[in-house]
Design a protein around this ligand. Structure first.
Ligand code: AMP
Length: 187
């Protein structure tokens, strides 16, 4: 089963993805984590993306799409993918569809964690203290939210017509959100 967890920054995508990974014995596909790892290891990609990431801008589709390709064609991970933070652009959504088609896979469920701007800002400020992410400061949060609204929201509109699309109130407690997801998946 392949699942997309969709939502604005700070909606709790990573937390729910981790819950699902444990429950379904799957793999979390967090492009954010993958990109942070490139920066940590100071790779060529890392050097290229550090500024845009710190400013809350998107990394180029080409870089993100390439990172994704390896995972989709990894036979150990086939049909065990939990996407968290990908796709974020229409181009990425189409790329994902095409890679999944080529590898005989599909998206089984899309969960949209819907959270309003004020709650997001509060949550990310809390996360900054816990995770010390350099892109979690107040200005960058607003920038990331605006980017979400202008570039990622169209992806939501694209997916919302899908029969496997489920909107969940992301302002609920973590456990309640997870319970809803489990009910829908019947696991
Ligand atoms: P995240 O950990 O998912 O909140 O991502 C943190 C940052 O990584 C984002 O603000 C972007 O700069 C970059 N990033 C993560 N995923 C993507 C993606 N799918 N496309 C473009 N940039 C991304």
């Amino acid at each position: 089963m392949n699942i997309i967890i969709f939502g604005p920054p700070g909606a709790g995508k990573g937390t729910q993805a981790k819950n699902l990974v444990e429950k379904l014995n799957s793999f979390q596909v967090s492009t954010g984590d993958m990109l942070r790892e490139e920066i940590k290891k100071d790779t060529e990609i890392g050097k290229k993306i550090i500024n845009s990431m710190n400013e809350g801008k998107f990394v180029e589709d080409e870089i993100v799409n390439n990172l994704l390709q390896k995972i989709i064609f990894d036979s150990n991970k086939k049909n065990k993918l939990i996407f968290d933070g990908y796709p974020r652009t229409i181009n990425q959504a189409k790329n994902l569809e095409s890679l999944l088609n080529k590898s005989n896979q599909k998206i089984d469920y899309i969960f949209f964690l819907n959270v309003n701007k004020d709650s997001i800002i509060k949550r990310i400020e809390r996360r900054k203290v816990l995770e010390k992410r350099s892109d979690d400061d107040a200005n960058t949060i607003l920038k990331r939210y605006d980017t979400y609204m202008s570039i990622t929201k169209p992806v939501l509109d694209y997916y919302s017509k899908n029969h496997n699309f489920h909107e969940i109130d992301g302002s609920m407690e973590i456990n309640d959100i997870y319970q809803k997801i489990e009910e829908i998946l019947k696991v």
